[in-house]
Unconditional design. Structure first.
Lengths: 447, 295
């Protein structure tokens, strides 16, 4: 009797210990995900003071952002200007760490019924939110004539079931940045083909200098940089309607092998101290070349103006055509919000109206990006031809293909294939075959 | 008369005891037990946090049985545990014995040194370890180069990464466990040691016949707690490798996090979490039975 009670007591204590430790590590997880992030989110709470003065019958909207520093200030100023101009609507602006924005912040917000009315969406997470009814159909909210001003491909990227579910406001293109001095010293020409890129990286790799910086870690960014290698050959991951995999092709195998060769031969580091999207890799002279995007240009002109950085279009394979990836965030309205129409009005006022000033300021002053609207690129002609931007505008812009919006499982399967080849576990052809089977399996399970 | 007084006193003791325990019980109920029950409820549904839940019964549990990626993550977690726990235990015990033997002012400084990686938050320690292990610029490779060993990829190598993570966690957690052992060793009456010394026992004999038996409860505690903790390491791995390269450091907790927050499979990840809970619980019971059976 006593022994059974003792065992029961011991079992209860063990269970309690296990659960308490579970609770303990859960709290450290939360601090980890918020402390492991760059700057952001200090501006989060001070905007609530503004809305306490709002009248009771005013419509209150919540706008959750993921930008930081100057970019966050831009959106906050936008919100302030809108609030001043509106009698019946007040928007509350807050911003959160980008790393956990789409993984934890938004899902938990929506799951608890306290999600925002206005938020940001990236191509990687587009499908999840579009399918769940959390994106309002913005097609009827466009002012007359504005829709035609958008590049068709940029609107296709946000269309689901024939409806435009988000408003694109930036296009970030990829190019090959390089250190002019290092190339000159090694007697290397700016690479135009895959073979030239590979040889250049080989010649430029030294003890403390990496030949080419490309992302090594799995995730949406890894795929984002790699897709052009596939597109240049005319290949793609899925069919146009997104129902079947087209991954098991010689084009995929070639793209995977080419990518993997940089890591296998030690031309690209397998572990980076700085993020692969940071131009500082070139700025601090620990690399000769880097594939990175339009967002890096401002840094090359102020922080790293003493480093001779050049820019060229991505090299192409024999018989291939130029192609680059066009990423960028989009604004979305919560389809289940009680005030979806008012929220949509703000989104259109910001980037979808005949007043181009916001779009121009965002794309040319706050950061450097392309606008998906032709009139904005036309209006900002002077900026778009300044310095390295000229290379993007004249040599890269026309080959841009919007970043695909695959389900996370597909992104993961492609990432696995890439890593198997990078670490020498499989050849490109085998990895393509394995991933193809996995992707078809995943697609068949989806609704 | 007397029995009524003692009854009243017992009731008062009982009330006092529970009123002290009440805040903790309420906290545990709200933040641990109720969410666990809710998680089990969620595990019976298909839910992506954005759309309404769809009841699927035990379908998630059936699916996870044939999920190769899940069972690979479990085997990685077990490998991690099997290497980490004994190493931590032995190193903590060894350093505790050495620190207990120290005399004078150096004791405080040595103890502080051991506890420092733990005190500055595990995530920051993990980041420091990442810099030390950087293949191109890290101190570790520079030291190896000085003794003639070539550059290692460490966290960039699918085979070395998990051992680097283990090494980092040993470095972080050594101080904490060592301190527990030091306190337990201090509890042992010095008369025992004096008597043994008079009888001519060597240091090792003193350890084997006095220290070790009297540390049994502490040993059991450290072993069980470290095993449970080893199944739940998340922050450091997330910061250092995010589960890579090539999923070689993707332990069960990381797999669950990926399913929950990247794939938004809330129901499925809740089922996985439950299975992990059962695995840890069974292991803890086995350890408890094994180590306290000699009572």
């Amino acid at each position: 009797m006593k022994l059974r009670m003792k065992t029961a007591g011991v079992a209860a204590v063990s269970a309690a210990l296990v659960l308490q430790l579970g609770c303990g590590s859960a709290t450290t997880t939360n601090t980890a995900s918020s402390s492991a992030a760059p700057k952001a989110s200090e501006a989060a709470k001070d905007t609530s003071k503004e809305t306490t003065a709002a009248k009771k019958d005013k419509v209150k909207l919540a706008f959750w952002d993921m930008h930081s520093d100057a970019e966050s200030k831009f959106f906050k100023d936008l919100v302030d200007a809108y609030n001043k101009s509106q009698e019946n609507v007040q928007i509350e602006y807050s911003t959160y760490d980008q790393g956990s924005y789409t993984t934890t912040k938004l899902p938990t917000g929506f799951a608890s019924g306290e999600g925002p009315d206005i938020y940001m969406i990236s191509p990687g997470d587009f499908m999840k939110f579009a399918k769940s009814g959390l994106m309002k159909d913005l097609t009827p909210d466009f002012p007359a004539g504005v829709k035609d001003d958008f590049l068709p491909a940029s609107l296709d990227a946000v269309t689901y079931n024939g409806k435009i579910m988000a408003l694109p406001f930036e296009l970030e293109l990829l190019g090959l940045y390089y250190n002019k001095e290092m190339l000159d010293k090694a007697g290397v020409q700016v690479p135009k083909t895959w073979d030239e890129l590979h040889d250049a990286a080989k010649k430029l790799t030294a003890d403390k200098v990496a030949g080419l910086i490309i992302p090594p870690d799995k995730g949406p960014y890894l795929n984002f940089i790699w897709y052009p290698l596939l597109w240049q050959q005319g290949g793609n991951v899925l069919t146009a309607d997104g129902t079947k995999s087209t991954f098991n092709t010689p084009e995929t195998a070639k793209a995977l092998d080419f990518w993997g060769s940089f890591f296998k031969e030690g031309l690209s580091p397998k572990k980076l101290q700085l993020g692969p999207w940071e131009i500082e890799n070139l700025g601090n002279k620990t690399a000769a070349m880097q594939i990175v995007g339009t967002w890096a240009i401002n840094a090359t002109e102020d922080k790293f103006k003493d480093v001779p950085i050049g820019l060229a279009p991505l090299p192409t394979p024999p018989g291939g055509k130029p192609a680059t990836d066009a990423g960028g965030w989009k604004m979305a309205v919560n389809g289940q919000s009680k005030h979806a129409d008012e929220a949509a009005k703000f989104v259109m006022w910001a980037f979808g109206s005949n007043d181009l000033s916001h779009a121009l300021k965002w794309a040319t002053e706050v950061k450097f990006a392309y606008s998906p609207r032709k009139s904005v690129v036309e209006k900002g002609k002077d900026i778009y031809t300044k310095g390295l931007r000229k290379v993007f505008t004249e040599e890269i812009y026309n080959s841009a293909i919007p970043e695909p919006r695959y389900p996370s499982e597909v992104v993961d399967a492609v990432g696995d294939a890439m890593q198997y080849v990078m670490y020498g576990k499989m050849s490109g052809a085998d990895a393509a075959k394995a991933a193809d089977a996995k992707i078809n399996d995943l697609l068949s399970k989806q609704k | 008369m007397a029995s009524r007084q003692s009854n009243a006193r017992r009731t008062q003791e009982w009330l006092t005891a529970y009123s002290f325990l009440l805040p903790n019980i309420l906290g545990l109920m709200t933040f641990v037990f109720i969410p666990i029950v809710y998680a089990f409820y969620v595990s019976l549904h298909d839910w992506n946090a954005l759309s309404p839940k769809v009841f699927v019964g035990f379908q998630n549990y059936v699916t996870l049985m044939s999920d190769a990626d899940w069972w690979h993550s479990v085997s990685r977690t077990l490998l991690f545990s099997v290497v980490y726990v004994p190493l931590l235990f032995c190193l903590a015990l060894l350093s505790a014995l050495l620190v207990s033997a120290l005399r004078g002012r150096s004791v405080g400084a040595v103890r502080t040194m051991f506890l420092l990686p733990f005190a500055i938050t595990s995530v920051i320690s993990a980041i420091i370890a990442m810099f030390l292990l950087d293949p191109r610029n890290g101190l570790a490779n520079q030291v190896l180069a000085a003794v003639g060993i070539g550059t290692q990829q460490f966290l960039g190598s699918p085979t070395q990464a998990i051992y680097c993570v283990i090494f980092t966690l040993l470095w972080i957690n050594l101080g904490y466990n060592m301190t527990i052992f030091v306190s337990a060793i201090k509890e042992i009456p010095s008369d025992y040691f004096e008597a043994a010394h008079i009888d001519g026992a060597t240091g090792f004999q003193r350890y084997r016949h006095i220290t070790f038996p009297l540390l049994r409860e502490t040993n059991t505690f450290i072993l069980i707690v470290t095993t449970i903790a080893s199944f739940q390491i998340f922050d450091q791995i997330m910061v250092m490798t995010k589960g890579g390269p090539m999923d070689s450091t993707e332990v069960s907790v990381l797999y669950i996090f990926k399913q929950a927050f990247q794939m938004l499979n809330m129901g499925y990840s809740s089922a996985l979490a439950f299975v992990l809970f059962i695995i840890i619980f069974v292991l803890s019971m086995i350890q408890l039975k094994f180590f306290s059976s000699n009572d």
